[in-house]
Design a protein around this ligand. Structure first.
Ligand code: ADP
Ligand code: MG
Length: 255
């Protein structure tokens, strides 16, 4: 019973309870100060370990997602737009669609909040324990094309294939050639009914055929994507333009 604090910490580390090992001095101090019962002490110690582990897992999943920026759904101002209701957004936020492997397609012109909503939903998913990855379509095509000879691309695709939610931003930003469309089809096919996909695009599915070149592949991709899907149209004026900073004074001088 004469273990030093350091011995105890080592034993916790040996049991892979590194968080408790690090927090032990503080926990013991608090236990003495607050006269915790044995039961309370044990409970505090276990809660500490589990909470810290979960925090670390969230951090890890956030890193893995590689969001270009972090904006939450709370930062999305509902009063600035009329395309999506608070009720709809809350329903999306509950993430039942993700548990049921539904896809989401967010359509609309630039600057209406497609990327913001995708990231916001991605952040919610990470908090709830899901694995998320974010790619622009341009990055994704590059990664698919270089998978065979770039180990970085191989790792990134492995991450995508292990994700519960894959966000593909700006789907039709660029036209694809036949090989690219084929590679994209194989990816979507692999994710089908296993993960959810959020796609953002400024063009509707009816125009995707032109951009993917091959009608057969487009049909096959659409078939997988649209089987279980919610399509959300964001048809606002650009939030960026409405809220842009200007080099002129607010009110111009009347001349
Ligand atoms: P899109 O992907 O549709 O082109 P973004 O999601 O990138 O547009 O939005 C453009 C910018 O405007 C981002 O900084 C985003 O946070 C902001 N934005 C758009 N709509 C809203 C909104 N309703 N409330 C708050 N910020 C918004
Ligand atoms: Mg965008």
């Amino acid at each position: 019973m004469n273990s030093t604090l350091r011995d105890l910490q080592d034993r916790f580390r040996h049991l892979r309870m590194a968080e408790t090992a690090n927090g032990l001095p503080g926990l013991l101090r608090k236990a003495e100060q607050s006269s915790w019962t044995y039961h309370e002490f044990l409970e505090e110690l276990l809660t500490y370990e589990l909470t810290r582990r979960e925090e670390k897992n969230i951090e890890r999943r956030l890193k893995w997602a590689k969001f270009p920026y972090q904006k939450t759904l709370d930062e999305f101002r509902m009063e600035e737009q009329r395309s999506i209701s608070t009720r709809q957004l809350n329903q999306l936020r509950e993430l039942n669609w993700l548990e049921q492997q539904y896809n989401l397609i967010l359509l609309g012109p630039p600057g209406v909040g497609k990327t913001h909503i995708s990231i916001g939903l991605g952040l919610e998913a990470i908090q709830k324990g899901f694995k998320v990855t974010f790619f622009t379509m341009g990055e994704l095509v590059h990664v698919l094309k270089t998978e065979e000879y770039l180990s970085k691309s191989k790792t990134q695709l492995k991450r995508i294939r292990e994700s519960d939610l894959v966000i593909i931003d700006d789907l039709m930003y660029m036209a694809m050639d036949q090989r690219e469309a084929n590679l994209f089809f194989h990816l979507v096919n692999g994710l089908y009914e296993r993960s959810s996909i959020i796609l953002t695009s400024n063009k509707g599915p009816e125009q995707w055929g032109e951009l993917m070149g091959d009608q057969g592949i487009t049909t096959a991709i659409l078939d997988r994507l649209l089987h279980r899907v919610e399509v959300i149209h964001l048809n606002e004026n650009s939030y960026r333009i409405k809220h842009r900073s200007t080099i002129f004074a607010e009110k111009s001088v009347q001349s």
